[in-house]
Design a protein. Structure first.
Length: 276
């Protein structure tokens, strides 16, 4: 056992400590400088994968069913009835969106411990607000021209039936420039597109995300593939803005402006124009 070290006596001065070494001092000959701490690897973005996208897509129909059941339950409980069919449908769709995106938010928090809004690109616009509005208007004009070029049929379909009266048009217009673009941009440009861009590159990812966006709207227009095509073109334009600015908020402003112009024409002139 080593003897316990005693404090130095008065006749034996304590050994002086070595002088501190400056962190910027050059190492002396024969000495090796300590290696700097390794920088943490950059966070992989997007941090989710295709399995999460499939889960989200699989939850879409059950969420909409639960939204329908919730609204119908409330109406039955309080013996209430909407005067407009459009109001009832929009309430059911809104309830379904709340359920679906609540599930996505729970997925981000439990599986990845990440925030919802910032993860989906809901950040500063990255471009002047007015320019985004103009881009939305220009996209609407371009889609109107494409509608003429590909001879989009003007037939009776579920969307036109909902736009049969002015009250329904106003309700759909309000939803179409607020919650509709918000939810669609979060899903397609916020959640799906970054993953496709990582796999296919910027151009391929933007175009690939626009395809299901167009397909989603086909049933609204009597299963017309031409309507789906022109709406996919609009989706590609929104995706370009999302990619350039890095902001889903920017593509949402553009999408809302796009819808606004179409609804403005419908309300002021009564023309049947496609929208998303």
């Amino acid at each position: 056992m080593n003897p316990e070290r005693l404090p130095p006596s008065e006749s034996e001065p304590e050994e002086a400590a070595p002088p501190p070494v400056s962190p910027t001092a050059e190492p002396s000959s024969g000495e090796t400088a300590p290696a700097p701490p390794a920088a943490p690897p950059p966070e992989r973005y997007p941090f989710w994968g295709y399995a999460d996208v499939l889960l989200f897509a699989g939850l879409a129909i059950p969420s909409m069913f639960l939204g329908w059941a919730f609204v119908q339950g409330i109406l039955h409980l309080f013996h209430f009835h909407f005067a407009l069919r459009a109001a009832e449908l929009l309430a059911e769709q809104l309830a379904g969106y709340v359920i679906l995106f609540s599930a996505l938010r729970l997925m981000f928090r439990v599986e990845y411990d990440r925030p919802f809004w910032r993860s989906l690109g809901w950040t500063r616009l990255g471009a002047p607000f007015l320019w985004l509005v103009i881009a939305g208007f220009a996209t609407a004009v371009g889609v109107a021209l494409a509608t003429y070029i590909v001879h989009v049929p003007s037939t009776t379909n579920p969307m036109m039936e909902l736009l049969a009266d002015r009250g329904s048009i106003l309700l759909l217009a309000t939803f179409g420039v607020t919650l509709g673009p918000l939810c669609e941009e979060l899903a397609f440009r916020g959640f799906l597109q970054p993953l496709l861009v990582r796999s296919l590159g910027a151009t391929g990812g933007v175009l690939a995300a626009a395809v299901p966006f167009g397909l989603l709207h086909i049933p609204e227009y009597g299963n017309s593939w031409r309507h789906g095509l022109v709406i996919a073109l609009a989706g590609a334009a929104f995706g370009c803005v999302r990619q350039v600015t890095g902001s889903t908020k920017a593509s949402t402003v553009m999408h809302a402006s796009y819808n606004f112009l179409f609804f403005f024409v419908l309300i002021s002139q009564g023309r049947d124009l496609p929208h998303t």
